[in-house]
Design a protein around this ligand. Structure first.
Ligand SMILES: [Fe+2]
Length: 294
């Protein structure tokens, strides 16, 4: 079957057919996906009814797995293998999470625009999300193109931000929602990490904004000024013209490049509808900035 990628919007996203993610990829297929990711930043592969093992094998084609995405959940409470981010509203027994469940509280932060694992010194490259159980009424997942957003900035702003370094932490994103309950060992793992605000794609050479709700400071700036500026940039970067909104069909496999996009999930009736999506993630090549000395 011929591999095809049909663009979904002017800037971001393509629907890719001709790939069977259940089987080992040929070098040509692997290269076609990489090239399409470099171009479109988000790929939708419909009709991929895969198992957890097949999803892990597919993910390994694109780099080293990022494990431990459920950093605030004890291992004994995990529903899925630790290599998966559990993007569901289910506990380990398959029951819907109660309204005040701690995991539900932290997953509410997925409604804020973010880039996966930007709170780690080596952030995520590709995220691969499999729609196992998808409520008919939604929610959509939205993706914003940080390359197009960068391109649309005026020259003065581009110059001003070129070498800025931001601090990212789960404390900042969850703090925006008033979520502040952490065990001491969790707090120790949430020490802010530093990332460049402007990243350059290693293959295409295109610049993009590395934004996320996880940002809470800019190195060398007064904090309120930094927070206000990041808000302005977020507002600019998530205008409708830069956004693809994905309406899920069961067995969609959606992959995106966290280096060049942000995403968020919209609100849904998670106390009643069951939603089971499973995410695997690859690491990017290395840190984007020097970390603060310990
Ligand atoms: Fe995410």
């Amino acid at each position: 079957m011929a591999i095809q990628a049909h663009p979904l919007t002017r800037h971001i996203g393509a629907r890719m057919t001709g790939i069977d993610a259940r089987r080992p990829l040929t070098p040509d297929e692997n290269a076609a996906i990489d090239a399409a990711m470099d171009r479109h930043a988000v790929l939708v592969l419909p009709g991929q009814d895969i198992t957890d093992g097949q999803q892990l094998a597919f993910t390994r084609n694109f780099g080293e797995l990022e494990e431990g995405a459920n950093s605030t959940v004890r291992n004994s409470e995990l529903r899925l293998a630790p290599a998966f981010a559990d993007v569901s509203n289910l506990d380990k027994d398959g029951s819907k999470l109660a309204r005040d469940h701690k995991r539900r509280m932290s997953s509410l932060a997925n409604r804020l625009w973010h880039s996966d694992a930007s709170f780690r010194a080596v952030p995520a490259q590709y995220s691969i999300l499999s729609g196992r159980i998808v409520p008919e009424a939604g929610p959509n997942t939205e993706f914003a193109d940080m390359r197009a957003a960068y391109d649309a900035l005026d020259a003065r702003t581009k110059l001003e931000i070129e070498d800025l370094v931001c601090e990212h932490s789960l404390i900042y994103s969850r703090g925006q929602l008033g979520f502040e309950e952490y065990r001491p060992e969790e707090l120790a793992r949430m020490k802010p990490v530093r990332h460049r605000l402007v990243r350059t794609h290693p293959v295409t050479g295109r610049k993009s904004l590395f934004l996320a709700a996880h940002i809470g400071a800019i190195v060398g700036w007064p904090r309120p000024e930094a927070v206000a500026f990041i808000r302005d940039l977020m507002e600019h970067a998530t205008q409708p013209e830069f956004v693809y909104s994905h309406q899920w069909t069961q067995h969609d496999l959606v992959m995106w490049d966290n280096r060049t996009t942000m995403h968020r999930v919209r609100r849904y009736d998670d106390l009643n509808a069951v939603r089971d999506l499973r995410r695997t993630t690859t690491k990017s090549d290395g840190p984007t900035a020097e970390q603060e000395a310990a």
